[in-house]
Structure formats: structure tokens, C-alpha cells
Design a protein around this ligand. Structure first.
Ligand SMILES: [Zn+2]
Length: 368
């Protein structure tokens, strides 16, 4: 690889456009190894290990040196060294090392995880909030009076300081079926039913559709979880092509398709087809480890270069906040160096595309 391109990729300050907090409470080994597995929500089988995965190998390769250990150190030594530090101490090692200037944090996950102040303090970088629509729905269900009015009021208040909204429709039935805006009476009836049932974990299709269309009206970017997730997500119903009709109605609000694996090619097509559709590389990059390079290569097929965004989608172990960056940089370096070596791209163009994907596009979309 040419060293100027490598240096440029190593130095770019990233905007991580979709990330969650790191754990605040100490993890036991089982929880840590589960944290290296995205899809399985049960404890891993006794014979299995989160270390024997692409992500586990990537932790030993890229994270071990930051803890003073040799690359590829054995899992037991890694675990013992990690256990000597608190999760907050680990965050203070890994977050600054990610080279991220702005963390855009989805605050919709429950549990003992870092919020915006902890993320800012551990990293020394700026933070912005992404509001989860299904959490706003739960807040509206718990509020007195008309549901739609309460939803609009809460969304408006929270979005004053937030940079974007996000929907987990993928986890609540998926994308297939009608995604048009429901009428007022249908919303009121659905809300009455949901409130009577307790008003938790929204799966009502009418109210999910209502929330997404209210978010469109805010004119702030709207993120969709797409593809890879835990097994509560009906993966086969999260192909973003199922969003085509919705995207045709989505106007000018930026729609960011998050994660996308294994539908990154479909997402790339949609990013080409619609001015307001973007594609994000998060989550998959961490879980694909040494194969992240191939994934990054596929995202650089149809998607216009001004429509691709960086994220880690890190959650839990602070290693993931760093690894997303390390693997993205390594993957981009390998893929782009290949383009330059074969005379298909100039080195100057390669550097410019690194800047667009690493921060320029996100700075434009989220007004950072
Ligand atoms: Zn996420």
C-alpha cells in the first residue's frame, strides 16, 4: 500500500453516526463472550466461546496491544487482563483510541450503560443523541390525554437537542406490509388497545407506522435498523427492498439504513435510487472481523460515495467502540489500496472518499 493513503486513513477523525453506551457494571466472562455474539440472546452453549469468532479473533488482534498484551494473545490471558480493569477504565482506554470526533448515541436501550455524559467524558469527544421512536411511544402511552398529541409533544421536546431519530421496526414485525401513514381514528383506537394492554414493547403496526411518519415530519435524519440483529429481529423481513413504497413517500428527510448485512447490496441500490437514502456500515464491520474488508468492498459497489456513512454500532464491551474504527480503517485501506494499485482510482480520489465516508457525509447529514 502507498504510505500516504495509509497515513491518511489512519489519521481521519471519524463521526460515528450510530453507537450505544459502554457497560458501566463489570461483566463476568459469560456475559463478555455473549457480548461478542450479536444474534444469540441466550447464554452461549457450554462447548462454544465468543472468542472463537471473527469478532473474538479481532479483539485479540487489535485490542490486546492497547491493554499491554501481545497481538493474538490467548483468550484466557486477555480475559484476565481485562478483568483487572473496571468497564469505565476500559472505556478510557478504548474510546479515545477510536479516533472519533463525534459519537451519535442511540439512547433507547435499557440497562446499566453509559449515557451521553459518560460517553463524552471517557472519550474527550463530542456527543449527540439519537431518539428511539419506540421509546417515545412508550412515554406517550404512559402520559395522560390523547396519545397522538402526547407522542408529538414528547418527540418535539426530545428532538430539540437530538440529532436524529431511529426506529426498530425491524424488531417489531419487519418491513413487509403497509407502511403508509395511518388515519387519526385508527391511531386513537390502536393507542387505547395498547394502553389497556400495559403500553410496553410496542408491536402494534398502526402505532409503529404513526411514529415513523411523525419522525419524517421533523426533517431530522431517520435511522432504520436494517438486517443483522439478534434473533428477536425477523431478519428475512428486514430486507430494505421491502421499504421501497415507504421510501417513495419519504420526501426529503434523510433515511439512514443502518448495519444492512446481509443486504448491503440492496441498501447500496436504494442509496443510488433515492436522494435521501443513506447506507451505514456499522455492526457488521465488527462482527465480520478479518472479513470486514469484503463487506466494505461490497458497500463500495453501487452506493454513491456521498451516501455511505461510518458507524461502529458498538454496545457493551468498550472494545467494540474502538474495534469498529480499527476494522473500518484496515478494511478501507486494503480495498482502496487495491483500487489505486490497479490504476482504477487515483490516490487523491481514494483519500477524498475516505473523508466523505469517515466524516464528511455524516457532518452534512447530521449538521455536525
Ligand atoms: Zn444500534
Amino acid at each position: 500500500m502507498t504510505s500516504a493513503l495509509a497515513d491518511h486513513i489512519a489519521g481521519v477523525r471519524l463521526v460515528d453516526n450510530h453507537v450505544h453506551g459502554y457497560w458501566l457494571a463489570a461483566a463476568d466472562r459469560r456475559r463478555f463472550e455473549n457480548g461478542l455474539n450479536e444474534a444469540n440472546i441466550e447464554p452461549l452453549a457450554d462447548f462454544d466461546s465468543g472468542f472463537d469468532t471473527q469478532l473474538g479473533f479481532a479483539v485479540r488482534a487489535h485490542c490486546a496491544p492497547l491493554l499491554g498484551l501481545p497481538e493474538h494473545v490467548d483468550p484466557q490471558s486477555y480475559w484476565e487482563r481485562r478483568s483487572q480493569l473496571t468497564e469505565s477504565q476500559l472505556a478510557a482506554v478504548f474510546l479515545p483510541a477510536a479516533g472519533v470526533s463525534d459519537w451519535l448515541v442511540d439512547t433507547g436501550l435499557p440497562g446499566e450503560i453509559a449515557g451521553l455524559p459518560e460517553m463524552a467524558a471517557a472519550s474527550g469527544s463530542a456527543v449527540g443523541e439519537i431518539v428511539r421512536l419506540e421509546q417515545v411511544a412508550e412515554q406517550a402511552a404512559a402520559s395522560p390525554g390523547d396519545y397522538a398529541d402526547a407522542f408529538r409533544r414528547i418527540l418535539f421536546e426530545r428532538s430539540k437537542t437530538a440529532v436524529a431519530t431511529k426506529t426498530v421496526l425491524a424488531y417489531r414485525g419487519g418491513f413487509d406490509g403497509d407502511l403508509s401513514a395511518p388515519d387519526t381514528r385508527a391511531v386513537a383506537e390502536a393507542a387505547a388497545r395498547w394502553r389497556a394492554a400495559g403500553g410496553v414493547r410496542l408491536t402494534d403496526r398502526t402505532l409503529l407506522r404513526f411514529g415513523v411518519h411523525e419522525a419524517l415530519r421533523l426533517d431530522k435524519p431517520l435511522q432504520f435498523h436494517v438486517g443483522l440483529g439478534d434473533r428477536d429481529c425477523d431478519l428475512h423481513r428486514t430486507n430494505p427492498m421491502l421499504l421501497l413504497d415507504f421510501l417513495r413517500q419519504s420526501g426529503t428527510t434523510p433515511i439512514v439504513l443502518l448495519h444492512c448485512y446481509p443486504y448491503e447490496r440492496e441498501a447500496g441500490y436504494l442509496a443510488q435510487a433515492f436522494n435521501n437514502v443513506y447506507l451505514d456500515v456499522g455492526l457488521s464491520v465488527n462482527h465480520l472481523g478479518a472479513r470486514a474488508e469484503a463487506f466494505i468492498g461490497r458497500t463500495l459497489e453501487l452506493a454513491p460515495f456521498r451516501k455511505i456513512l461510518y458507524s461502529s454500532d458498538a454496545f457493551g464491551p468498550a472494545e467494540l467502540h474502538y474495534l469498529g474504527s480499527a476494522l473500518w480503517r484496515a478494511g478501507m485501506a486494503a480495498v482502496l489500496a487495491g483500487f489505486v494499485r490497479r490504476g482504477q482510482w487515483s490516490e487523491a480520489d481514494a483519500m477524498r472518499v475516505v473523508d466523505l465516508i469517515g466524516r464528511g457525509n455524516a457532518a452534512r447529514v447530521y449538521a455536525r
